[in-house]
Design a protein around this ligand. Sequence first.
Ligand SMILES: [Zn+2]
Length: 453
Amino acid sequence: MNAYTVDLVIKNAKLLLESGIVRGGVAVEGERIVAIATDEHLPSADRVIDAETNVLMPGLIDGHAHLHDSSMLEHEDFSSGSMLAASGGVTTVIEMPLSLQVDTVELVRKKVREGEKRSVIDFGLYGGMIRSDNIQNIAVLVEEGVAGFKAFTCEPFYANAGVITRALSEVAAHGAHLTVHCEDQGVLEEFRRDLDGEWDAPVSHALARPALAEQLAIHQTIRIARETGGHLHIAHVTTQQGVTEVAAGKQQGVEVSAEVCPHHLIFDRDEMNRLGPRSKMNPPLRTKRDRAALWAGLLTGAIDIVVSDHAPAPLSEKETSDIRESWAGVDGIQMILRILLSEGVHRARLTLDRVLRVTAVNPARIFGLYPQKGTIAVGADADLVLVDLSREEKMSDDRTLSKSGWTLYDGMRFKGAPVLTINRGRIVYEDGEIAGEKGEGRFQRMGVACLPA
Ligand SMILES: [Zn+2]
């Protein structure tokens, strides 16, 4: 027996460590993990949780979510969004601007205050959207702990190749990274004309944003990064060609990482007319072949992380009769782990080790939070999620914690779910209920990225 007593022990778990899966448990004192051991070597604790041989892994880090925009608080906010996140095993979210700019020290500090008042989980902040008039702010924002910046190659925040070039040079000089939404503006402009003709079914949204738009923009942006150096991160890759471009960039030694979203891993564009305008997002749903390429890219390492791009809106803004008027964005922060388990691990498309990499280790590295977050290690933050691989759940509009009041996954069943979520030693989600208090989440400064191996 050990003589000392800690706050919390989770025992009888399968620990998903970077070195493999082992039986045992962890001890938590305050906000940190203080021991990892077989059950008989764990200290005594004020609270002991029996994991019943379920999998214990690091809390997820969602590197791209739109939870809080002061001009759109009817969509989601730090409170509702972070609770929904906790119900999906997410313990850190990197919040990205939606419609309002977050590109000055004042705006960053305002958002930090809003988050620390309302969030139940930890959060980092993206700066953006980068345009020619705010590139010079990158340096001071890095000092504020913002090390990721968002830019678009298309409207509504179009930045041309010159702006992308200058922004990449600037992030390279300050140890930050640039995340780019890659769809070629020229292709989108031209193909959008078709929407003004006879097209009106929901799928026409996808047909008006062809895969070529993504491929051209990714290719060009990687070409620029090869020139400037600096860490380029490709937002939400959706196509087979996109995966190929990223893999080629990595092979050439370009410092490029990439992400994929749960909705692109599970739906394809043939389902858009059935799903209706709820299924509108940018980039849009793609073909079954593209979807298969995303899973393959996730397994082989061409794709580094899975992010939600969570950006729902009230149904009144989604269910419009004209698909052009419908809000582009869906929920998903609660779905990352569920989809990777149900559609990935249970269908032998993904290993548990790969789930660990793409949800925790790699995002922690990309966002400069490693090894404080993203791994189960002594001294690391006690950000943990207990996963029941056999639990079956049916998602529904009635049960979502999202402020928007609906989910794209309404009526769908998933196997494998988080049953307990812990953020810095505090239980924030347990037995299907939110247990955390809003305002306990803390802003996390990003450090310099260390790209996944
Ligand atoms: Zn987004």
